[in-house]
Design a protein around this ligand. Structure first.
Ligand SMILES: C[S@@+](CC[C@H](N)C(=O)[O-])C[C@H]1O[C@@H](n2cnc3c(N)ncnc32)[C@H](O)[C@@H]1O
Length: 445
């Protein structure tokens, strides 16, 4: 159904989007054209304002009136998101239903991008219940958060659209107390504030100096701007510890890491333990024990998966056997410094550099775990891994489209997916984490 009207410069339409998109929108059709509607639950009849009409094949719209609300619609618990922040973008949907929508998104990506058949996904259990919660109601799960600092020196979540900062309204994702009293700090306008809660719930706050401007330097304006934004994000930033320490202690199993507050650690309190357990269980179930052999932990951060592989022999759910050596490959020096302390007495070799270049020089692995950033691993890395011919690969993905693409490349290189698990590691947002276990297709079922 569709009707058109005009409000100011923007056209308004009435439609009933019926499925979820990877970016959290609900997808509908209007006169044969796809419309991505923000702020709608699939199945609702909404009036939506077209906000981006530049593409021929699709348009983007914001729901401005919910004419027939879904039974899954709730009042968002997140004050910041209600005031335009991009944090809890699905806070207006009942959390149990967001998990069903994420399962649908995963299935859709695996079919459309990954090339998997419907029967294959049924056999792999990629169905409505596949996205597991990590034991919370969707609020106060975050142990690491990054806020922007506005021109008045107030910290807040980044706006959902555009460069603004939503100060004065709290997000519900950070652990209780993590955002208390930040308004009392003297902050530098234009900087960022990183807040981390350690294993004892103690807060550490570090300010990153404003990024230096980077010139777009390209005639192709949009591409030039994107490149400039990436260079701005990646440049080293001066750090100022405002509370607590420059590092925060985190524990998984029997091991502790001292992670730089501005460095990488999984955002959800339960994620490192939950993922580590899933990885060792999947390897054990694939009969791919790395006992005595070589394991690679690619994009390893401070080595949470390396620890899981080493400790699998003593883990009741793991039963995998201890590898003789684990090679961790990671580009971030501070993560590797943390790993060096934690693994001082373990058979772990740390390699700093780009995965594609470093992994090609490592000894052949029995098991490979790879956990790339949102961009995914990509063809070069997948070629390096497949050429090394491991008996088991565990691929961890935080962007479902790239995850599906990477799996399809492993399949093209002679691997078969034997298990997929997914986690609601970013509740009330559209993000979902998935883990796949692959074995050589020649090994049969
Ligand atoms: C999603 S995190 C995973 C970290 C770790 N597996 C964990 O669970 O804590 C991705 C990591 O890959 C690193 N990284 C990103 N691109 C890389 C590359 N091309 N080569 C090596 N490391 C990279 C980042 O610094 C980051 O620590």
């Amino acid at each position: 159904m569709s009707t058109h009207a005009s409000s100011g410069d923007h056209e308004e339409v009435v439609l009933r989007p019926d499925r979820p998109a990877n970016g959290g929108e609900a997808v509908g059709r209007l006169d044969g054209r796809v419309v991505f509607v923000r702020g709608a639950v699939p199945g609702e009849l909404v009036r939506a304002r077209i906000v981006d009409d530049r593409q021929q094949r699709f348009a983007r719209a914001d729901a401005v009136e919910i004419i027939e609300p879904s039974r899954h619609r709730v009042d968002s618990p997140c004050d910041a998101a209600r005031h335009g922040a991009g944090c809890c973008d699905l806070g207006f949907i009942d959390p149990a239903h967001t998990r069903e929508l994420k399962a649908e998104i995963l299935r859709d990506a695996l079919t459309r991008i990954g090339g998997f058949g419907e029967d294959e996904l049924d056999d792999l259990g990629v169905e409505p219940g596949v996205v597991a919660g990590l034991g919370d109601d969707g609020t106060h799960w975050r142990v690491r958060t990054r806020l922007g600092i506005d021109a008045d020196g107030r910290a807040g979540m980044h706006a959902a659209h555009g460069p603004g900062i939503v100060a004065g309204h709290r997000c519900v994702a950070p652990e209780a107390g993590m955002l208390d009293g930040l308004d009392d700090l003297a902050l530098t306008p234009g900087g960022d504030l990183v807040v981390m809660s350690d294993m004892d719930g103690r807060r550490h706050v570090t300010e990153l100096a404003p990024p230096k401007p980077v010139r777009a330097g390209s005639r192709r304006a949009a591409r030039g701007r994107a490149q400039a934004a990436r260079r701005r994000r990646e440049q080293p930033r001066a750090e100022r510890v405002l509370e607590g320490d420059a590092t925060a202690a985190h524990r998984v199993g029997e091991r502790t890491w001292r992670i730089p507050v501005a460095g990488f650690w999984q955002a959800h309190r339960a994620a490192p333990t939950g993922y580590a357990r899933a990885v060792v269980e999947m390897i054990a179930a694939s009969s791919g024990s790395p006992a005595g052999g070589v394991a690679w932990d690619l994009y390893g951060g401070a080595g949470v998966f390396a620890a899981a592989l080493l400790d699998a022999a003593t883990d009741p759910g793991g039963g995998g056997g201890r590898p003789g050596v684990v090679h961790v490959v990671e580009s971030d020096t501070s993560a590797l410094d943390a790993a060096a302390d934690t693994f001082a007495a373990d058979p772990v070799e740390l390699h700093r550099g780009e995965v594609a270049a470093v992994a090609a020089r490592l000894p052949s692995p029995d098991v490979v775990v790879l956990d790339p950033p949102r961009t995914g691993a990509g063809a070069t890395v997948i070629d390096v891994v497949a050429d090394a011919d491991p008996g088991v690969i565990v691929h961890v993905g935080c962007d479902i489209g790239r995850f599906a693409r990477d799996l399809s490349m492993f399949v093209d290189r002679g691997y078969r997916v034997r298990e997929i698990r997914a986690f609601d590691a970013f509740p009330l947002t559209h993000h979902v984490e998935a883990i796949a276990c692959l074995v050589p297709a020649r090994r049969g079922m």
